[in-house]
Design a protein around this ligand. Structure first.
Ligand SMILES: Cc1ncc(COP(=O)(O)O)c(C=O)c1O
Length: 402
């Protein structure tokens, strides 16, 4: 695919070996979910240090599946329609909509301006007797204090879903993000830490939860190796291959996606290293330039945190913020691709108004500030060339003179 940007958000996502893996699956003619998906799931679970991983066709599907599993009748600790679910207001639409689709009432929480992640103090104030679930989002490679979040959710008996679609590979105290809650969700969309074109994963540590996820992923079928035998015995009058024990979706991936995802996951440590290196090079070059006038602030990382960067977040200095819109257009004309931080304060989106998600017009000043002042650019998985670096930095600095 031709990329029209000189400095795109992501490029060269697929190596020749990724493509070969995909073609091998195509040539085998076993394209639908099968052995390769199993192999990827097993490798993923082992790499992240969780018991179970289940692949789906996108990160959005992973959120849908984890949410519906959390309210499933087969689960002991489950939500019921009308219960409240906490979510940071700086969110992605498909972190939020599964909550609404499952009959939960979303309660929005502001974010911490320094990490872009959920503000735990604001969150604590919003927990009521009706709260049953937290959909937390680990934003662009960073997280909140997940140990504290886990402690709060345990104490209040809340189900914790970690939407880790933007932070695969990041670690807090050497523990992978996405493995702190009851469920972790992941996306392998094109611009993410690894990609299978489209694809996602749900992780968990509880066997019952895994069985629910397995069934809901494909039509409510009872086809996991363990339940297949059990249900065949229990319902001898039914065809054992077609027993439906739960509600269901079809969120299955293909083996083509799984084979590419697996090949990419094997290279993730290299990707993380390259992205970190490029991020450091860009920041250093900006700050050492003779034209550096503190145009930007950058995200800072706690010593016990090891980020797997999604992107380079640039938070514009107050002095230059009024030029943001003009400047983003300028960068686009220069072939530098940018994105807002997730979808900004989601309460500003027409879809939130359509569904009356903020009836009391509550304010979220930090999310608003991030929407107003920040944007991000991509980080390559190969070392940025000197020419690219010069070009990028020269143009980024121009916000002060535009
Ligand atoms: C936080 C978050 N959750 C979920 C998703 C959805 O992932 P996908 O695009 O694979 O459906 C995204 C997408 O980028 C995201 O940023």
């Amino acid at each position: 695919m031709k990329n029209f940007f000189k400095y795109p958000l992501h490029e060269n996502a697929f190596s020749t070996s990724d493509i070969k893996e995909g073609i091998r699956v195509l040539l085998s003619k076993q394209i639908t979910m099968s052995k390769k998906t199993k192999e990827f799931e097993k490798y993923f679970a082992k790499k992240l240090g969780v018991k179970y991983a289940l692949m789906v066709n996108s990160g959005s599907s992973a959120n849908l599946l984890a949410t519906f599993a959390s309210g499933n009748p087969l689960r002991k600790n489950k939500f019921k329609p009308g219960d409240e679910a906490i979510i940071p207001v700086l969110c992605w639409p498909t972190s939020l909509w599964p909550l609404v689709q499952a009959g939960l009432k979303p309660i929005f929480v502001d974010v911490d301006i320094n990490t872009l992640n959920i503000d735990l103090n604001d969150m604590k104030k919003k927990i009521t007797k009706k709260t049953k679930l937290i959909m937390n989002i680990n934003v662009l490679g960073l997280s909140t204090n997940l140990n504290r979040l886990k402690e709060i959710s345990k104490k209040k008996n809340l189900i914790l879903i970690e939407d880790n679609c933007e932070s695969l590979g990041s670690k807090l105290n050497n523990k992978h993000l996405g493995t702190f809650g009851d469920f972790g969700t992941f996306s392998f969309y094109y611009s993410h830490q690894i990609t299978s074109g489209e694809g996602g994963m749900v992780t968990c540590n509880n066997e019952k939860d895994y069985e629910i996820l397995y069934s809901l992923r494909a039509h409510g079928w009872s086809r996991s190796p363990k339940t297949f035998k059990k249900t065949s015995k229990k319902y001898p009058k039914l065809d054992p291959r077609f027993i439906f024990t739960n509600m269901g979706f079809n969120l299955r991936p293909t083996d083509i996606q799984a084979s590419i995802g697996l090949n990419q996951l094997k290279k993730i440590n290299y990707f993380i290293k390259q992205r970190t290196l490029n991020r450091n090079l860009i920041i250093k070059k900006l700050e050492n330039s003779k034209n550096w006038k503190n145009q930007y602030n950058f995200l800072k990382v706690e010593p016990n945190f090891k980020p797997s960067w999604f992107s380079l977040v640039l938070m514009i200095n107050n002095k230059y913020v009024h030029k943001k819109k003009r400047f983003i257009n300028f960068l686009s004309k220069k072939g530098i691709e940018t994105r807002p931080i997730i979808s900004g304060n989601f309460m500003n989106q027409p879809a939130a108004k359509l569904y009356k998600l903020n009836p009391n017009k509550e304010k979220f000043p930090n999310a608003d500030k991030i929407e107003k002042t920040a944007f991000f650019i991509g980080l390559k998985t190969k070392k940025i060339s000197n020419d690219e670096l010069e070009y990028l930095v020269k143009n980024l600095l121009k916000i002060s003179v535009l």
